[in-house]
Write a protein that binds this ligand. Sequence first.
Ligand code: AMP
Length: 283
Amino acid sequence: MRICERIDELREQVSAARRRGLTVGLVPTMGALHEGHLQLVRSARAETGIVAVSVFVNPSQFGPHEDLSRYPRPFGSDVRQCEAEAVDVIFHPQPAEMYPSPYHTYVEVYDLQNGLCGSTRPGHFRGVATVVLKLFNIVQPDIAYFGQKDGQQARIIQQMVRDLNLPVAIRVCETVREADGLAMSSRNQYLDAEQRRQATVLYSSLVEARTRIENGERDARAIVRRIAEHIAKAPDAQLDYVEAVDLETLRPIETLRGQIMIALAVRFGATRLIDNLQMQVAT
Ligand code: AMP
């Protein structure tokens, strides 16, 4: 396994693989790898000739008061986990390699970037879209892998690929969860024992919502209200938002019908967790 810090080194690795006729898979991450990331790696390993994992805590997607400086960076453990999954290349650039000064160019995926997490994290998806487009241009993967856990992000990337005619296929892989249902996240390690115990409300509220929808509930407002009440039972949980949206437009809906997503963000102290439920709802 090669670790490349520089773009030209990484490009050399990828070109050499291409000359050997291999397809290229890319798994973009911010590191602090866990089983959720590793599932993406395994999907890539099963489908593409070489697997590149990028480990880059992207400054442009963090707001001024967010956790950029304290975001976990256990690079040694990331390397060991990638090695164990037979990753071929880790791309681990420094911020100056990705954003040399002066830097002027950003990508915005209009409308889709504004609601849900975009309303409480202004500029976040501009940073995400920009770094992902840069990674696509650097690595030029045939297939790139993302997690459903970041549902709005995956939708935005798919739209960017479509709108800008990028020659890459996007795979969105199912959310990997802890035994009690909490979606795995690099941010879970910020939680203290009590917050961790209460954090199961994100998933349990979504499971309850799914059951209600399966039993015929179609009123989005009723579902959203019910989830908010469920979350409020956890004394340390502060609901950031919960919304039922159309999965294509990410716009709020009144009636649950077609391909929908119910997405939420909950804060425990300074730690913000997200989760979502996606389903096809019959009329
Ligand atoms: P991150 O390092 O948090 O930026 O995540 C990198 C990629 O891993 C993104 O595509 C995430 O959606 C995905 N990911 C993170 N957590 C999970 C999870 N629990 N299950 C599936 N994919 C995940």
